[in-house]
Design a protein around this ligand. Sequence first.
Ligand code: ADP
Ligand code: MG
Length: 419
Amino acid sequence: MDKLTIRDVDVAGKRVFVRVDFNVPLEDGKVTDDSRIRASIPTIHYLLTHGARVILASHLGRPDGKVQDGLRLRPVAERLSGLLGRNVPVTGDALGIGTVDAVKRLRNGELLLLENLRFHAEEEKNDPAFARQLAEYAEIYVNDAFGTAHRAHASTVGVAQLLPPYAGFLMEREIAMLSRLLEDPAHPFAAIVGGAKVSGKLKVLDSLLAKVDVLVLGGGMANTFLLGQGKSVGKSLAEHDMVEEARRVLAAADKAKVKVILPVDVVVAKEVTRGTEYKTIPAEKIPASWHIVDVGRATLDLMEESLAEARTVFWNGPLGVFEIPSFAHGTRALARFLAARADAGATIVVGGGDSVAAIQQQGLAERFTHISTGGGASLEFLEGRELPGVAVLQDRPDAKPAGKAGGKSRRKVAAKAGA
Ligand code: ADP
Ligand code: MG
């Protein structure tokens, strides 16, 4: 899945529309986690130093087609200005005469940021007229917004169909790292899937079953599987209409000889709130009025034992309600264990907003092989689907048709060089 990147085009003096993913968390008008902004710096820096005129575009939150002052991109521009060491102006609107003028005034090596694209309902509808207006700003299109690549919106697909499209460095890296999991993972390969719901992750579970040797299930989604095993889960989050599906997944895993790890002990709480009563008990007997909120120590031991030999691990979804510190132990311990495995040379890839947050809370991010900036996008990618925002990018001309032969001849060259 090799795509042309910004290395493959001369950007000097060109106006370049860059779709970035600046959908970052804000609190009191300040960016609380700037990972996504930082992740876009290599692409922005490359374009500016190669003399491009850069038009950055992003969405922020869900304004649903209306201007919301709390979702303006000013705090993002401030953070980006700090990271680049230069002022990044934001337009008052993604469209309009003022913005058209500001784009025209850009000189080589200068940049601006368009205001939140989703202030226009046309963005999420991939409206052709809206896409045309955005495309008129530029001569080249770059997508560096992996986290939004699973959505066919105007800025991810529409504009890409009107201008020559290229992948940015972040997009390139995400595709390369996630493709490796699908195409060429070192075995044993384990997947850990937690989080809230089975329904949203059923397809990825199905496709992972064909690839992995070990499947670890935790978080709220494990409760539905416990139900599938005939256990009761009290008042825990569970999807009763998904129990049959859970049974089917367990049977498919059995058939594919995939080892499945489910909780054997759990932390249960009276309420899913801070300061409530809680205790650890076997997963066999959950009292009717309690909620499962985390995995217990015996489950963690079992998980760590089954992951100890893994050479590749993909993790999505926390093992418990980690937003509440008393129920974050399982998730935090797993993050520390996986960081140590990465230190020991295993390939550890994490996708999913909440799992990534749990890792960042402990300052462990640097130790992982790859932390995807896309939650939903990384899951859809691992389902084996080509994401719309990736599909519209240009394939490297020598990539697919010559795929197998090319690979072989490259190996030959390498063998010769080695001899
Ligand atoms: P990610 O963002 O990493 O893909 P999800 O969004 O699927 O993960 O799930 C994260 C959410 O799952 C968190 O808000 C967490 O509180 C919730 N969760 C995890 N375990 C449980 C549980 N046992 N009961 C209820 N919610 C849970
Ligand atoms: Mg989430």
